[in-house]
Design a protein around this ligand. Structure first.
Ligand code: UD1
Length: 461
């Protein structure tokens, strides 16, 4: 392969994003491209990038809000696929992505994460033939005639093939040319699957790059006030219990749920909600509901489990169902919480860095480093196990374990400035003082990716 020798020609990267968790990862890479371009004097080595939004997520709260918060450029190309069955959505993305690739002919296509958009675009890119279009712009030699495919967040495995994401991960990794990994387990998984070591690059975590970049700004969000979580604003019944110390934030938990295995099955979903009802007796549970989950709540008539007002207008105990939040609001909410309960993959990583206990409502995780190095506890989906895991974490925050946080209101260190930890669990290394984080989760992953791509593409010249 060879880079086109025309000095005016720049390396062209095409970045693909489609669903909510993709946007944070793409933001880190775009940031790294900007830094690269600003740092070099010779514009020959500039990187040109194009952003493709597949439209897998399309509600403002699932997409537009993230572009705004993360200062992402408007997508250059929008495929507008929308929702559908897995086959229909994946096929639609592929059909719409192919002409885009042929027209723009990037040198590298970067896909992130494990959503349907990831596998759909990787598959198109790995099989396309640029010579099908006479207008060849690609820098890469005619011998290849296609872009190189880079998968960011490669190698994660839950070993659960009933998860659509697991299928997406395995397939995307199998056809990618660059596999950028976030943790050691991913490197091992890829090697075991026979991926040549030369394709695997351990670079760190782009989602954590974005978190580290925005965590201070997120503290300026007004979301705690809006949700009635500041003790100064509380309903009189709660306000009277305000502690004498300077604790202004009501202790609360954050819940998110969207995995089909949890919310599409009535019995499992109800089981989790019964557990949440118990947790909510100890502290308000704030639940920004994914559209898929809201649909199921209506379908299963589960509305009675929730309160749809703010903590201010209807005091606890309740599970407070609110609209999905933008990136900065959610980061503020999560980082000031006492406990996170979730079936999300990304939040297991984010809570690890924030030092917030995370009860994962799943039987497995593809991110084992969040258990060995982080704050993650796999609780499964059985009611009793969820309740005991959650209460055990809450007890660690209260000097009088049997009391609910409504009555104790113990002053807690902020998640972003944790004080020394005093506890450990048998099953996981739970430590609010993150004296260390998982290796390379240091805010530089995006830059490592760009440096490696530049190096490797140059070597192909
Ligand atoms: C997708 C990803 C999942 C990721 C999650 C993050 C796949 C297979 N799943 O799941 O890995 O963790 O995104 O949120 O790619 N909907 C809306 N508006 C939207 C988006 C979705 O109303 O903007 C509703 C639609 O009813 C849709 C349903 O949510 O059918 C599910 O959306 P979909 O993109 O299929 O999967 P997610 O559950 O969001």
């Amino acid at each position: 392969m060879a880079i086109n020798k025309h000095p005016e020609t720049k390396m062209k990267l095409m970045l693909v994003a489609g669903a909510r968790p993709n946007f944070m990862k793409i933001a880190s890479i775009i940031n790294a491209i900007k830094m690269h371009n600003a740092s070099i004097e010779n514009s020959t080595f500039n990187i040109q990038h194009l952003l493709v939004h597949t439209g897998q997520h399309y509600d403002d709260s699932m997409s537009e809000a993230f572009f705004k918060d993360l200062d992402l450029p408007k997508p250059d190309i929008h495929l507008e696929v929308g929702s559908g069955t897995h086959a229909a959505q994946t096929a639609d993305i592929m059909k719409r992505f192919e002409p885009v690739l042929l027209e723009h002919q990037p040198d590298v296509v970067i896909v992130v994460g494990d959503v349907n958009s990831t596998v759909a675009c990787a598959l198109v890119a790995s099989k396309i033939n640029y010579s099908d279009n006479s207008l060849t712009h690609s820098l890469i030699n005619k011998r290849v005639n296609r872009p190189l495919v880079a998968h960011v967040e490669a190698g994660l495995r839950s070993f659960d093939r009933t998860m659509p994401e697991e299928i997406n991960r395995v397939l995307t990794d199998g056809i990618s040319d660059f596999l950028f990994t976030t943790e050691q387990s991913a490197n091992e998984n890829l090697k075991r699957e026979g991926i040549p070591e030369g394709k695997i690059y351990f670079v760190g975590n782009t989602m954590i790059d974005t978190l580290l970049k925005h965590k201070q700004t997120a503290q300026k969000s007004n979301i705690l006030n809006k949700l009635g979580l500041l003790t100064d604003n509380q309903h009189p019944e709660i306000r009277d219990q305000k502690p004498t110390t300077n604790n202004q934030i009501l202790p609360y938990a954050v819940l998110t749920l969207h995995r089909p295995s949890n919310v599409d099955n009535r019995e499992t979903f109800q089981n989790i909600l019964e557990a949440m009802k118990e947790v909510a007796k100890h502290l308000p549970v704030i639940f920004p509901a994914h559209p898929r989950t809201l649909n199921r709540i209506k379908e299963f008539n589960f509305e009675d489990y929730f309160n749809f007002d703010s903590v201010l207008s209807t005091p606890p105990p309740h599970i407070y169902c609110v609209d999905p939040l933008g990136y900065l609001d959610f980061l503020c909410l999560m980082s000031n919480s006492k406990l996170v309960l979730t079936d999300s993959g990304g939040m297991q990583e984010e809570t690890t860095i924030l030092g917030i206990p995370c009860i994962t409502l799943r039987e497995n995780t593809e991110r084992p480093v969040t258990i060995t190095f982080g704050t993650n506890i796999l609780a499964g989906v059985q009611k009793e196990q969820i309740i005991s895991s959650a209460l055990s974490e809450l007890e660690k925050y209260n000097s009088t374990p049997s009391k609910s946080v409504y009555s104790t209101f113990t002053t807690q260190p902020s998640a972003l400035n944790p004080q020394p930890s005093t506890f450990n669990t048998q099953n996981s290394t739970l430590n609010t003082q993150q004296s260390f984080s998982p290796s390379l989760w240091d805010g530089q992953a995006g830059q490592r990716i760009i440096n490696i791509l530049m190096d490797q593409i140059m070597k192909l010249t």
